[in-house]
Design a protein around this ligand. Structure first.
Ligand code: C5P
Length: 224
């Protein structure tokens, strides 16, 4: 059957990436986590002391930043590599979550990432998740999903996830981080998070994981 692009956008910690991964697996599609790309750039900027107000330094850094995704067969997970180093664990830490939205608000950074994302999706048969996939990266995507959920429920899920990675973080701190990221993501000048008019809205507050994956797979099958 015809391969399509599935764009999944929405607020932070709605389960976009886990859902997108499962949808991709069920359809035999590739999965691209664009948040991991902005997180990797953030890590690089921190490690190399790139100032967010220095366009020249940012341009130089973007020239040498190489981000790749590799599937780890043993663990059955996708991993992010920054210039050859596996950064999957590092980029999920709170100090990156706290800084990433400011980095992702920089036009030069977005231009570079969007260009790579378009290349990665050119052959179709991909599920891509982020904030601007249906609005900017692939405005012609055959299927657009907008995911949302109550902020407290999102925070509880994220806390559990962090706990499983042995990181103990206070719930209020996570709620604060999510609110802050939602605010920066929806109000920034460059490609703010918007709900595309032609997107199917999936509110995951009261859906099980299987239900939310099922809804999107069903919508994809109707599209092709
Ligand atoms: O999806 P995730 O929460 O890992 O994304 C981290 C941050 O990267 C978001 O809070 C947002 O600021 C930024 N982002 C973005 N555009 C995307 C994906 C992520 O601005 N397409």
């Amino acid at each position: 059957s015809k391969k399509i692009v599935i764009a999944i956008d929405g607020y932070s910690a709605c389960g976009k990436s886990s859902t997108a991964k499962a949808v991709a697996a069920q359809l035999g599609y590739g999965y691209i986590d664009t948040g991991a790309m902005y997180r990797s750039v953030t890590l690089y900027f921190k490690e190399h002391n790139v100032s967010l107000t220095d366009p020249k330094g940012i341009k130089e850094a973007l020239k040498v930043i190489d981000i790749r995704f590799k599937y780890n067969k043993q663990e059955g997970v996708n991993e992010t590599f920054l210039n050859g180093t596996n950064v999957e664990k590092e980029i999920r830490k709170m100090y990156i979550s706290d800084a990433v939205s400011d980095v992702a608000a920089i036009g030069l950074v977005r231009e570079a990432m969007v260009e790579q994302q378009r290349k990665m999706g050119k052959k179709k048969g991909v599920v891509m998740d982020g904030r601007d996939i249906g609005s900017v990266v692939f405005p012609d995507a055959e299927l657009k999903i907008f995911m949302t959920a109550d902020v407290r429920i999102r925070a509880e899920r994220r806390q559990k996830e962090l706990f499983e990675q042995k990181q103990i973080v206070n719930l209020e701190e996570i709620i604060e981080n999510l609110r802050k990221r939602d605010r920066i993501d929806t109000t920034r000048a460059e490609s703010p998070l918007v709900q595309p008019e032609d997107a199917k809205v999936v509110d995951t507050s009261f859906l099980t994981f299987e239900e939310q994956v099922g809804e999107i797979v069903k919508a994809a099958e109707k599209t092709v």
